[in-house]
Design a protein around this ligand. Structure first.
Ligand code: PLI
Length: 458
């Protein structure tokens, strides 16, 4: 059968009504929010593509799992389910639960990052780098150069580590000053770009040779596995579960935000093979999160998380997810709109430098573009550019090469009809792009400024 797309591999059992404000109301709402889409009230948003984090729709099985919550303070059944699920999918020996991904990043950074150490990674992520820096470490970007070029579409694994850059860093600062390499699978800020199995293997080999731990940020690891199956010839007949198992065989541990590929609304963990690291992290988790058998999650959260981790390995689920993202991206490409290519796993990223070439990066083109898309349509998106990158230790802005607006697709929430509306909203905004003006900060918070900063038009 010839069709535009394969429909959703699920049907609707419960609905959440949407409402759309009038244009004048949207103009008021975004002004009140200081032109920061993070500060909009969700009730004022029509289609919410701010993030795919914690915005997932759970399955009937996960909702049933909530009813099986064992809310014991220690050693609940749900914890055992979650731990065993992580162990069996990823193969790690130890698991420390946390309330979300950054809780795991806090534990890992506190245990392993010391002042004067360096943490290489395939592009930074905001909270990950913040924890490394708060512990006195320096993040070093060792992703391949092509990842920083938005329209470099012939590179299928744009999240790959540049082995030469990594080796040069080892030679320069010494392996003893590199506690671990953080490998994001996929790489969020590069546009949801995957890392190849071949690259993971090479990173593992080089790290082993120098006694450096490999820690994955496995927040979106199922999306990465799907791309390996689709793009790396020798994996085309493997199941997602088999690919995932091999990916993790090249890691010593991982941090995970369950709010993404765990298909839940809250949850996370730090997993590892090293017993010493486990004991140190388990000693800290009681200070920051809770007992090592719940780490900030309720029993019911852990049950839903455990079920979600298994559901995410279903090929039909992940295929549909990636195809939805591709569909939206391709509609925009057809309309001549500049986006990051290849289209990534969790989101379509607009290239704001090309969308609004008349606005210099010091006037935050991605920030204003996100605000204007909201005014145009009620669709909420997120800035991922100069505002997100923040300032270095000397107080200077980073001016990252990628100045992007992210249209992030929540898992199992929106239909293709919603995506058509989003595509039209972006196309309409593009048509009036010349009228759009730059922004300046009216309030700039000292860290992670993108969350709560406020702006005004110049
Ligand atoms: O939001 P958390 O604390 O559960 O997870 C932090 C986190 C870690 N790594 C990566 C790659 C992320 O994408 C991530 C969170 N991402 C958010 C909130 C996002 O909107 O992309």
């Amino acid at each position: 059968m010839d069709k535009k797309y394969m429909p959703e591999p699920y049907k609707v059992k419960m609905v959440e009504p949407l409402r759309i404000l009038q244009k004048e109301e949207r103009v008021e709402a975004i002004k009140k929010a200081g032109y920061n889409t993070f500060l909009l009230n969700s009730r004022d948003v029509y289609i919410d593509l701010l993030t795919d984090s914690g915005t997932n729709a759970m399955s009937d099985r996960q909702w049933a799992g909530l009813m099986m919550g064992d809310e014991a303070y220690a050693g609940s059944d749900n914890w055992l389910h979650l731990k065993e699920t992580v162990q069996s999918i990823m193969g790690f020996k130890h698991v420390v639960p946390t309330h979300q991904g950054r809780g795991a990043e806090n534990l890992l950074s506190q245990v392993l990052v010391k002042p004067g150490t360096y943490i290489p990674g395939n592009m930074y992520f905001t909270t990950t780098r913040a924890h490394q820096e708060m512990n006195g470490g320096t993040f070093v970007d060792v992703i391949i150069d092509e990842a920083h070029i938005s329209d470099k579409e012939d590179v299928l694994f744009k999240g790959n580590i540049d082995i030469k850059k990594y080796e040069d860093l080892i030679n320069k600062v010494g392996a003893k000053n590199i506690p671990y390499i953080c490998v994001g699978v996929t790489v969020n800020l590069a546009g949801g770009q995957p890392v190849s199995m071949k690259n993971l293997r090479e990173v593992h080999e080089l790290s082993q040779k120098h006694g450096i731990k490999v820690m994955f940020d496995c927040t979106r690891y199922v999306e990465n596995a799907y791309f390996i199956k689709a793009r790396e010839e020798e994996y085309k007949d493997k199941t997602i579960a088999e690919i995932v198992k091999e990916m993790f065989s090249y890691a010593d541990g991982a941090t995970m935000s369950g709010k993404k590929d765990g298909i839940v609304n809250i949850g996370g963990f730090l997993a590892m093979n090293d017993e010493d690291l486990y004991y140190k992290a388990a000693a800290l988790v009681v200070v920051y999160e809770g007992m090592p058998s719940y780490g900030g999650m309720t029993g019911r959260d852990m049950e839903a998380f455990s079920i979600g981790l298994k559901e995410a390995l279903d090929y039909n689920y992940i295929k549909h997810r990636i195809e939805q993202v591709e569909y939206l991206g391709n509609r925009l490409i057809e309309a001549g709109i500049p986006i990051v290519k290849p289209i990534g796993g969790h989101a379509v990223f607009l290239d704001a430098k090309k969308f609004l070439p008349h606005i210099p990066q010091s006037q935050y083109p991605a920030q204003v573009l996100a605000a204007e898309i909201y005014i145009e349509s009620g669709v909420r998106t997120m800035e991922r550019g100069n505002v997100s990158a923040g300032r270095n230790k000397e107080g200077k802005e980073y001016f990252p090469s990628l100045e992007l607006v992210r249209l992030t697709i929540p898992r199992r929430v929106y239909s293709y009809a919603h995506l058509d509306y989003v595509a039209e909203a972006i196309i309409n905004t593009y048509k009036r792009r010349d009228e759009i003006k730059g922004l300046k900060f009216s309030y700039e918070p000292p860290v992670l400024r993108f969350f709560t900063g406020k702006f005004e038009y110049i």
